[in-house]
Write a protein that binds this ligand. Structure first.
Ligand code: CMP
Length: 223
């Protein structure tokens, strides 16, 4: 598939005209990152923006004791690395490939050129950053206001809503859920077993389904 067609499916660029897409495509290069590789290191200077063409990456902070907090997971069509390009500060987090991932890389100067030539990209950027801020607000609210059951319910609903509202397609382990909600793997496993026993969710093999949305929303403090 040509890079311009790929870019058309990326919300940040989706509203650009064909010639604008071709221009952005000319400036990007494609790179594959194997599972587990660190794409960006926190505190490094920022030299490029990345778009996920295929794969799955996590944005993480790593404490001095080695504990990881997952701030977000990003997949096809998402982008990252824009913050350092916008404010000239060092990278705000590590970004690590959770599976073999195919990315488009746009160097800092070329990103600036794209913004100068096609200011409409800035609107897409603002929308995406606003969405991220909403998600971050919701996460902070959840961490302060909800117990572990509420936090697990909320993250499962968010992941189900990335698909059809029922089936969670993301391959996510209990350990990773724990890293997203500031809990331990054991507590998350116990909480999910209880949610399954109460028929709020169903776990068959590695697939998780939301069975009782109303009760899950109530647990997540959303009604
Ligand atoms: P930058 O700071 O350049 O490098 C790390 C990147 O992780 C950052 O840009 C964003 O693209 C991304 N990032 C940081 N925090 C979040 C978040 N809360 N949600 C999604 N992406 C984030």
């Amino acid at each position: 598939m040509s890079v311009a067609i790929t870019l058309k499916s990326v919300p940040l660029f989706a509203h650009l005209a064909e010639h604008e897409l071709r221009r952005v495509a000319e400036l990007t290069r494609r790179r594959k990152y194997p599972k587990g590789s660190v794409i960006l290191f926190e505190d490094d200077p920022g030299d490029a923006l990345y778009v996920v063409v295929a794969g799955h990456v996590k944005v993480v902070l790593i404490g001095e004791d080695g504990r990881e907090v997952i701030l977000a997971t990003l997949a096809d069509g998402d982008f990252f690395g824009e913050m350092s390009l916008i404010d000239d500060e060092p990278r705000s987090a590590h970004v690590i490939a959770m599976e073999s991932s195919d990315l488009l890389v746009l160097r800092r100067d070329d990103f600036q050129r794209c913004l100068d030539e096609t200011p409409r990209i800035a609107i897409g950027l603002l929308r995406a950053l606003t969405r991220r801020l909403r998600l971050a607000d919701s996460k902070i609210g959840g961490l302060v206001l909800l117990d572990v059951t509420g936090r697990v319910a909320r993250i499962l609903l968010e992941m189900a809503d990335e698909n059809d509202g029922v089936v969670i397609q993301k391959k996510v382990t209990h350990h990773q859920i724990a890293q997203m909600i500031g809990s331990s793997r054991e507590t998350v496993s116990r909480t999910m077993r209880t949610l399954a026993e109460e028929n709020l969710i169903e776990m068959v093999g590695k697939t998780i389904k939301v069975r009782n949305r109303a009760a899950m929303e109530a647990a997540a403090g959303l009604r």
